[in-house]
Design a protein around this ligand. Structure first.
Ligand SMILES: [Zn+2]
Length: 416
């Protein structure tokens, strides 16, 4: 871990090199914060700068099945990406060139049925997906290998405007269910056609014949179609090959708990902001911007640190470190307040002196989640002892009353 020195953080950054260095330190500082909060599964992902603008940005993702984002990462190298912009290497199918022929496929309208009908793999088919552009509402036809799905965000990027699936089939005259790239007459129909790179060089594919109840078989992309450009609009799948190292990619859900942006001079220039440097020269400050989602972070801390009874707060974020349960208030009251007063000089302590049943006190203590609990019962006190339990229930011991502070300190040192 690198040092994080205040002097560096608060000095002016006048070069890109400076900013890169600071950015790197911030990335590391963020990981320290998440680690202290007890989050074990946070990864940083280079992300799209989006509406914020600027040069580069990272999202910090807590990996969790309940996450709203989908993350693609390599199990072998450091490749990781938001699903929105993830890329992968798609394996080519091995096929011999065949003669192009028309086959009668009555009622077969989707890839799954087509593959079953022709007894071929879905990767031996070509899929057509119809979208429309947000800017001029013109239809866009995307051809992609049959085993793949179109990533709408990638498509929107390629088009330079948002793309939506076309649901109203009356808008464009196409043989829905039988759309193919061969003999399509796209220009006549004023349709924009996009070819995904998964089709590049593929041979012997089955695809729609642009005629109801008919498909083509034996289509070779290079031989039968005139395609000027292939683009990447495919959704990455678990197990696709990493573009950096070839290892299988993994997919996980994640919650964005923080982000950092290198804004550069995007805002300072547009707002005409300057400062005077040590030589009396006007300079444009370089900006960064940094955020942690406090509410999300709290939820993630609980997600990562809990049992069936409630949260197990890591020390760094626990509202109280020590929770004292006085089980028989009238009998143990004095000792309870004495221990409470002694410990609160050093730690945050909460004392349950409500005089309610032990079961209620324990259940509430679990819900409040303080890392260390001290239990005062009439019986133990009679034996000169109190009980200390860690919230994760891994430590449980009876200690002499006079050693409470020392023992608490030890238990605190052992818990997360
Ligand atoms: Zn890799």
């Amino acid at each position: 871990m690198r040092e994080f020195i205040m002097k560096d953080a608060y000095s002016f950054h006048t070069s890109q090199e400076d900013l890169d260095d600071y950015y790197q330190k911030t990335l590391e500082a963020y990981f320290r914060i998440f680690e202290r909060c007890g989050l074990s599964r946070v990864i940083s992902i280079l992300s799209d700068t989006g509406m914020m603008g600027g040069k580069k940005a990272h999202e910090f993702m807590y990996l969790s099945d309940g996450g709203e984002d989908t993350i693609v990462y390599c199990g072998n190298c450091d490749y990781k990406s938001n699903m929105e912009v993830a890329v992968s290497h798609i394996h080519k199918t091995e096929a011999e060139e065949q003669e192009l022929k028309e086959v009668y496929t009555p009622g077969i309208q989707d890839i799954e049925s087509l593959a079953r009908f022709l007894n071929i793999d879905e990767s031996q088919t070509m899929k057509a997906a119809v979208f429309f552009r947000k800017d001029n509402e013109k239809p866009v036809l995307v051809f992609i290998r049959g085993d793949l799905e179109v990533n709408e965000l990638k498509l929107s990027k390629v088009l330079g405007t948002e793309a939506f699936p076309l649901t109203d089939h009356d808008i464009v005259d196409l043989a829905y269910g039988y759309i193919g790239a061969y003999n399509l007459n796209a220009e006549e129909k004023d349709i924009q056609v996009i070819y995904d790179q998964s089709l590049k060089g593929e041979k012997n594919l089955a695809c729609g014949a642009n005629k109801v109840d008919y498909h083509l078989q034996g289509l070779s992309v290079d031989r039968d179609l005139q395609i000027n450009e292939f683009v990447d609009v495919a959704k990455v799948r678990e197990g696709d090959s990493c573009v950096k190292c070839g290892s299988p990619l993994k997919i996980s859900r994640g919650i964005e708990v923080g982000n950092i942006f290198q804004l550069g001079t995007t805002y300072t220039e547009s707002m005409n902001m300057h400062y005077m440097d040590e030589h009396g020269k006007l300079q444009t400050p370089i900006m960064g911007c940094y955020g942690i989602g406090v509410g999300r972070l709290l939820a993630c801390v609980i997600e990562d640190n809990h049992d069936e009874y409630g949260p197990i707060w890591p020390k760094a974020v626990a509202p109280w470190l020590i929770h004292i349960c006085m089980l028989n208030t009238s009998d143990v009251g004095d000792l309870g307040y004495k221990i409470y007063n002694e410990l609160k000089t050093e730690w945050d302590v909460i004392l349950d002196d409500r005089g309610v049943q032990a079961g209620v006190q324990f259940a509430d203590a679990d819900l409040l989640g303080a890392p260390v609990r001290i239990i005062l019962s009439k019986r133990n006190i009679a034996a000169g002892q109190v009980e200390i339990v860690s919230r994760d229930k891994k430590i449980k011991k009876l200690v002499p009353i006079e050693d409470v502070k020392k023992e608490v300190r030890e238990v605190l040192a052992q818990v997360k």
